[in-house]
Design a protein around this ligand. Structure first.
Ligand SMILES: *[C@@H]1O[C@H](CO)[C@@H](O)[C@H](O)[C@H]1NC(C)=O
Ligand SMILES: *[C@@H]1O[C@H](CO)[C@@H](O)[C@H](O)[C@H]1NC(C)=O
Ligand SMILES: *[C@@H]1O[C@H](CO)[C@@H](O)[C@H](O)[C@H]1NC(C)=O
Ligand SMILES: *[C@@H]1O[C@H](CO)[C@@H](O)[C@H](O)[C@H]1NC(C)=O
Ligand SMILES: *[C@@H]1O[C@H](CO)[C@@H](O)[C@H](O)[C@H]1NC(C)=O
Length: 340
């Protein structure tokens, strides 16, 4: 992997030197040697970067989360080539991935995946989020905000809002809880059954656990024909089509295989958000994960401490997931703010 990247980089540099000297030597006038070659080289290097899949941004933080050779445990799990978002260009799934994903919620008579994806990308953009590709942020600091009751009276709000990206998930509200959870959201991860209406400029990241979830995106932004999956779901949503992103099913499997090592039936939105952030951020801070100081697992907007006891659902392995985030923190890849 490392040698591959070195090779790519070497090839890329040799080509750059060659092309630069070519243009410097052969452009006819002094004026063009000043501006023309540089523009050309920038244009070429952009395309090379895309072609060779070099990371689109360079990280300027003192420690970047994707650095390898800091922890063997991390290097064994982290796979930089995995693409977190489903796009027009990476939607072809391996048979094994597809059949694994199809079993997650044991959907009856699923529609054809290829047809569904085609329909989906006729409605939502099939390109990577322009915000994620933004090169003007040299050190991208992210806050991943879970929904734990440990956020109550934490006063983390302003600290959370200082991050470049703030990721939230499922039913999480901010209104009325700003002092503890902040008010900024750049990305919100949901599935149809956990949807809540989002702020105007928030990107919705749909986490699909079945084919219907992809169909629901199309339906909810157009005709509103789907009103029920295993529970009632919103028929129409106000989120703009351009602000909708799709979490890649192959990335869900990657989280399950590499990070959870097969624990639980499938990963929770929480751990999916954390691993997602390892791939799109340079620094990761976690808020609102885990139990509160009394050991209760509930949501910060609920008063009943036993509510939201998702830990014991049998679908997700909460203990194993906590161990993964705790281990990431112990090797200084992420920071966990435990609240109260
Ligand atoms: C990383 O993921 C890619 C794409 O799925 C796969 O081909 C490759 O084998 C993986 N690399 C490692 C080291 O697991
Ligand atoms: C989707 O299309 C690909 C290639 O076009 C094909 O190999 C695959 O079997 C199709 N999958 C389904 C579920 O129809
Ligand atoms: C890119 O980041 C800069 C600096 O934070 C910001 O001003 C700009 O709006 C961003 N562009 C996009 C497309 O998000
Ligand atoms: C959303 O973005 C637009 C354009 O950048 C801006 O004018 C508007 O104030 C933003 N709305 C919110 C709620 O942040
Ligand atoms: C995670 O679990 C392993 C195995 O049970 C244990 O040795 C390790 O201490 C745990 N790590 C943390 C940070 O809790």
């Amino acid at each position: 992997m490392v040698t591959m990247r070195k090779m790519k980089l070497l090839t890329f540099l040799i080509l750059l030197v060659f092309l630069t000297s070519f243009f410097l030597n052969y452009t006819p006038t002094v004026v063009t040697t000043i501006w023309f070659p540089k523009q050309m080289v920038i244009g070429i290097s952009e395309n090379f970067r895309k072609l060779m899949k070099l990371p689109p941004r360079s990280c300027t933080c003192s420690h970047c989360v994707n650095e390898l050779r800091v922890s063997h445990w991390f290097d064994e799990r982290f796979n930089e080539t995995m693409q977190p978002l489903l796009t027009l260009h990476n939607s072809l799934m391996e048979e094994e991935t597809y059949s694994w994903w199809l079993k997650l919620q044991r959907e009856k008579n699923p529609k054809n995946l290829n047809d569904t994806i085609k329909e989906l990308f006729s409605v939502v953009p099939g390109d990577v989020d322009p915000m994620l590709e933004n090169e003007s942020v040299g050190c991208r600091r992210c806050a991943v905000v879970g929904n734990s009751g440990n956020l109550k009276q934490s006063q983390y709000g302003s600290q959370i809002d200082e991050h470049d990206f703030v990721l939230r998930m499922n039913k999480a509200p901010t209104m009325g809880f700003e002092a503890d959870v902040g008010s900024k959201t750049t990305h919100h991860l949901v599935y149809p059954e956990s949807f809540r209406e989002l702020g105007e400029n928030v990107s919705m990241i749909l986490v699909p656990f079945k084919i219907t979830d992809l169909q629901w995106v199309v339906s909810a932004t157009t005709k509103g024909t789907i009103s029920h999956t295993y529970v009632p779901v919103p028929m129409k949503i106000k989120v703009k089509k351009e602000k909708i992103l799709i979490y890649h099913p192959a990335f869900i499997k990657y989280v399950f295989d590499n990070w959870l090592q097969g624990h639980g039936r499938y990963p929770s939105t929480g751990i999916l958000s954390v691993i997602f952030s390892l791939h799109i951020c340079d620094e990761v801070d976690l808020y609102g994960f885990g139990a509160d100081s009394k050991g209760n697992w509930h949501h910060y907007w609920e008063n009943n401490p036993s509510a939201g006891a998702f830990r014991k659902t049998g679908v997700h392995d909460g203990d194993f997931e906590s161990n993964v985030t705790a281990t990431l923190a112990s090797i200084h890849k992420i920071r966990i703010f435990k609240g109260r």
